[in-house]
Design a protein around this ligand. Structure first.
Ligand code: FUB
Length: 334
């Protein structure tokens, strides 16, 4: 991983200003946190801002956290996305918006024009929360992707960018990071867009690959949005396909299974039909004995690039296959 050091400025007046700012921030956040509890058992469950690409994780405090990207209104494709937010719940009804955890201007190596803070992921290991996010390092955004890493001792605040993962020269496809930690503690890193999905073991420091990346075999029509989890000893890799309808993107979420975290994979089918957006992106997680599918749809905006995160129950058949998720809260269901 590339590291960046910052000069520490130590002046008495700066310290005084910092103390005043901290007090002001504490008062402000106290006011804000009261407003930021959202009671929502209905999809989309976050309605006060546009959100996409939900990565759901259950952490050691027993809460379920959702790390999402943020669509900007008015949109310009997915160019202007910035400012990741984190949401959490302990009952799938009351959601807390922990606020913004990172924006493009805080990425030292990021493109000067900002934007393009795409689908992130976050995992806990070594008593640290590792937040992985794709972001370009240059004006030519589609040729300069990197996977950044920010760390914190808390799940929803105080993230500091540490650098980025060294993945080689494959920057075209370097989006949509996902980290899976197996039962033995070994972590695996995945990324992929542009029809290729790759993965590799991570070193214990979570910031370097332990091996060169390998491409995932056995997936059908892979587009992006890799998510890996394990159930009953079987590994699952979920992803978005390239499906189109009426000449525009109508991506679906597909899944494959395997007996090893890096494949080969056996394609199993679609578990989430199109959601109204061009893209699809999701995560699958078990919380308090129930499995859930997180995804995004266009219900609030009617526009495929002003997305909103949703969650619905997900069920497995006894042979390990996944039943098609019933999307609640769609316009046609109302
Ligand atoms: O939200 C920006 C990009 O669109 C994500 O990185 C992709 O997975 C797709 O959802």
């Amino acid at each position: 991983m590339r590291n960046f050091s910052f000069k520490k400025i130590k002046t008495v007046s700066l310290k005084k200003i910092t103390v005043l700012l901290v007090i002001a921030a504490a008062i402000f956040s106290g006011c804000k946190s009261k407003k930021l509890i959202v009671k929502s058992a209905e999809n989309p469950f976050i309605r006060h801002l546009y959100t996409a690409d939900p990565s759901a994780r259950v952490f050691k405090d027993g809460r379920l956290y959702v790390y999402a990207s943020h669509d900007v209104d008015p949109p310009r494709g997915c160019d202007l996305m910035d400012k990741y937010h984190v949401f959490s719940t302990d009952n799938m009804v009351n959601w807390k918006d922990h606020g913004e955890i990172l924006r493009a201007s805080q990425v030292p190596w990021g493109r000067k024009e900002g934007g393009f803070m795409w689908a992130p992921d976050c995992v806990y290991k070594n008593a640290t929360y590792y937040f992985y996010f794709p972001h370009p390092s240059g004006t030519e955004w589609n040729k300069t992707w990197k996977i950044g890493i920010a760390t914190s001792k808390k799940p929803a605040s105080d993230f500091v960018v540490q650098g980025y993962l060294e993945l080689g020269n494959d920057s075209y496809a370097m989006i949509d990071p996902c980290v899976f930690i197996d039962d033995d503690g070994q972590a695996y890193f995945y990324y992929g867009g542009g029809n290729r999905c790759a993965g590799a073991k991570l070193k214990n420091n979570m910031t370097e690959l332990a091996q060169p990346v390998v491409f995932m075999e056995g997936l059908k029509d892979f587009h992006e949005a890799t998510w890996v989890f394990k159930k009953d000893g079987l590994y699952y890799l979920t992803y978005a396909d390239n499906n189109k309808a009426n000449g525009k993107g109508a991506n679906r979420l597909n899944y494959a299974t395997g007996t090893s975290p890096l494949g080969p994979w056996t394609y199993r089918g679609v578990y989430l039909d199109p959601t109204g957006c061009d893209t699809s992106h999701g995560s699958v997680v078990e919380y308090k004995g129930q499995w859930y599918a997180f995804y995004h749809n266009d219900v609030l905006s009617g526009r495929g690039n002003l997305r909103s995160i949703c969650v619905d129950k997900l069920y497995f058949n006894s042979d390990g296959t996944i039943q098609k998720v019933i999307q609640t809260g769609m316009r046609s269901n109302k």
